[in-house]
Write a protein that binds this ligand. Structure first.
Ligand code: ATP
Length: 301
């Protein structure tokens, strides 16, 4: 009897394997479908930017249909203002950046730049108007000049050096054996975290976008480097609409508006002083981070 059932067993295994294969295929197609979701509308015009106000209007979004991450988020970034997004880990801060860059579309609600729904304009024009200074800048295995010029093809050496000056990395470059032609990256000169970030800032300056998205590094730079980079970023952000996604509050305390996000909802909003007076989540986070900054000093004593 056992002999008789063995082939059936094998058949069952084949059936299960094929079925699993179909499920995997379905998942694969869901992935492949993703870019289609954010395709340009036929005949979509380019984004027109004059004074770029950025508006999140009742935005709902989840990477997975059954797990919503942003639950009807609304906030505004006035033209030329510096707005920060803070909140505990997993609150949805980086997701806001990904939606603004249109890697995904909200499931409902709208994101407007200068009054235009970003779903109605070409992605190329949208991404051209937003400069990102990312957490961890990736450098190409090429010259430092190429790495900066990548911000705008066809830029002259003089323009590249101008951008380098704005990012305060010009003197570092001038001290390199081959200046702008020095090879950097895995196969060339290894740059420090701070230097890499300055290359990214120079690249962004060359691109000269009216909107800036600053995704703050989680890996801490030493305090002096961080303060110097912050000063540079402040100069770069002046006159631009900027959104800073921050993990450490010390870096955004002087923002015009601070949005405190908690579990995909806007929990508090205001300036640093207003939020401290409010004595809520922000004030809590501020005190905790201040205590963490003092701890190593106490431990050393
Ligand atoms: P952190 O401060 O830790 O960087 P965050 O506030 O930036 O956190 P997000 O990265 O926006 O948080 O993530 C919000 C939620 O979305 C998290 O629960 C995370 O697990 C989930 N998430 C993020 N990216 C994806 C993804 N690609 N697919 C599925 N879920 C994701």
């Amino acid at each position: 009897l056992l002999q008789l059932f063995r082939p059936l067993d094998v058949l069952g295994w084949v059936y299960r394997t094929i079925r699993q294969g179909l499920i995997d295929m379905a998942q694969m197609f869901r992935l492949i479908d993703t870019p289609v979701e954010v395709a340009d509308l036929p005949g979509a015009p380019a984004l027109l930017v004059r004074r770029p106000t950025v508006v999140f209007d009742n935005v709902r979004f989840g990477y997975d249909p059954d797990r919503e991450i942003l639950h009807g988020l609304s906030f505004e970034v006035p033209a030329g203002a510096q707005v920060a997004i803070v909140g505990p880990s997993g609150a949805g801060k980086s997701t806001i950046g990904r939606l603004l860059f249109r890697f995904y579309d909200p499931s409902s609600g709208r994101i407007l730049i200068d009054g235009q729904d970003i779903r109605h304009v070409t992605q190329a024009s949208l991404r051209q108007r937003i400069g990102i200074v990312p957490q961890d800048s990736v450098l190409f295995n090429d010259t430092i000049g190429y790495n900066i010029a990548y911000g705008r093809s066809g830029a002259s050496d003089a323009e590249v050096m101008d951008a380098a000056r704005g990012a305060a990395i010009d003197r570092f470059i001038a001290g390199l054996p081959q200046g702008l032609d020095t090879e950097v990256g895995e196969r060339g000169l290894k740059l420090s975290g701070g230097e890499k970030q300055r290359v990214a800032i120079a690249r962004t300056l060359l691109k000269d976008p009216p909107i800036l998205l600053l995704d703050e590094a989680t890996s801490a730079l030493d305090t002096r480097t961080e303060q110097a980079i912050l000063a540079t970023l402040r100069n770069v952000s002046a006159d631009r609409t900027s959104i800073a996604i921050a993990h450490r509050l010390s870096t955004i305390a002087d923002a015009d508006i601070i949005n405190v996000l908690h579990e995909g909802r806007l929990e508090e909003q205001g300036t640093h002083a207003q939020l401290l007076r409010h004595d809520g989540l922000y004030a809590d986070m501020w005190q905790r981070q201040a205590a963490e900054a003092i701890e190593p000093v106490l431990a050393a004593e």
